[in-house]
Design a protein around this ligand. Structure first.
Ligand SMILES: Cc1cc2nc3c(=O)[nH]c(=O)nc-3n(C[C@H](O)[C@H](O)[C@H](O)COP(=O)(O)O)c2cc1C
Length: 334
């Protein structure tokens, strides 16, 4: 067994893949084509359910099954109003792995998923919550730092890894995400106790990704410093920051926050509705860029590793180069 296989063993056993490299769910991007390509390449693809209806998710899972020769997972957002119906759809298709994102799992969701026989993977934003999730019976954790693309927390990947891996890596497999662009970083996190990693940004320009050519070109041109976190403009309206490439859409988000904050002040919406409106805004803006190719006004969610994306390559080539770089780094350590 090579060193990388050894270090990834618990991750690959949990996922049923050759490598414990997840392609994190990316709304609009992580659909049947990319997800099956990643899994067929030996990694682990995850469908982004996002704001899909149960019917759409049903169709997407069936279509992915038709293309994938290996396991894949489904990512569900905990604040989705039909979360339990979505869980039923996953169970109907005997999806083996459900990833819960966007907040702590609501009461009963973990148990319902596990009853179907699926493994549950949750995002842990802090050590205290990670411990709580382990006690509640999650099968694995993802810890994601603020270098990542999309919705982010306030702490960097390297700090989260140092806080969480020594405490919990022997209890459940932990996958490290955020800012990973090369295999050397994968090797380092594996050596710190991670069972695997999750990447998003690095896979956006895979040949099999349906992201619009304009979206891919923006990624290939961008440097790390252009992937900036959104700013909250009104202290009364807490919004989860989103990391994206700077464009006119970045300014439009400021105007959107003002509009929603005014509605909140006027009593037209409550806080939960206000936050849901912000999330719907992001889903629409991301669609505009990923699907329609409007890279000026849409949202170009991207992580800081975007500077390491320079060409369109197959998912298999990306997975292979990440593995080669990680293996070489581990070999060099002796
Ligand atoms: C365009 C884009 C869309 C994303 N959408 C989602 C999503 O719908 N659900 C989710 O849990 N994470 C989402 N993410 C986060 C990824 O799943 C992954 O955790 C993250 O990209 C890893 O960090 P990296 O971008 O530095 O590789 C998204 C990321 C990007 C770049």
């Amino acid at each position: 067994m090579s060193k990388i296989d050894d270090l990834m063993a618990r991750g690959t056993e949990l996922l049923g893949s050759d490598y414990a490299i997840l392609c994190g769910a990316m709304s609009w991007v992580s659909e049947r084509n990319l997800v099956s390509a990643i899994s067929n390449a030996g990694g682990f693809g995850v469908i982004a359910c996002g704001a899909m209806t149960p019917e759409l998710l049903d169709t997407e899972i069936a279509a992915t099954k038709a293309l994938a020769k290996r396991n894949f997972g489904v990512n569900l957002i905990t604040m989705h109003p039909q979360l339990f119906e979505l869980i039923k759809i996953c169970a109907k298709h005997q999806v083996g792995h459900v990833v819960l994102a966007g907040g702590l799992p609501p009461k009963g969701s973990l148990e319902t998923i596990k009853t179907s026989g699926a493994k549950v993977i949750c995002f842990a934003p802090t050590l205290a919550l990670a411990k709580k999730l382990v006690r509640s019976g999650v099968d694995a954790l993802v810890i994601e730092g603020m270098e990542a693309g999309g919705h982010i927390g306030p702490v960097s990947t390297s700090v989260l890894a140092q806080e969480i891996l020594p405490e919990l890596a022997d209890q459940v497999p932990v996958f490290v995400a955020g800012g990973i662009g090369r295999g050397e970083a994968i090797a380092a996190y594996l050596e710190m106790g991670a069972s695997g990693v999750q990447l998003g940004t690095r896979f956006v320009c895979a040949t099999e990704s349906i992201a619009h050519p304009n979206f891919k070109k923006a990624f290939m041109r961008a440097s790390a410093r252009e992937a900036v976190a959104s700013v909250q403009i009104d202290p009364r309206l807490p919004v989860i920051p989103v990391r994206a490439l700077k464009n006119a859409g970045t300014e439009a988000f400021t105007a959107k926050q003002r509009e929603v904050a005014n509605k909140l002040d006027a009593g037209e919406v409550d806080m939960a509705e206000a936050q849901l409106e912000i999330e719907h805004y992001w889903a629409g803006a991301l669609r505009r860029a990923v699907i329609d190719g409007d890279i000026e006004n849409g949202s170009l969610m991207a992580g800081q590793s975007v500077g390491m994306v320079s060409e369109e390559e197959s998912a298999a080539a990306i997975v292979a180069s990440l593995v080669q770089q990680a293996e070489a780094a581990l070999r060099a350590r002796g």
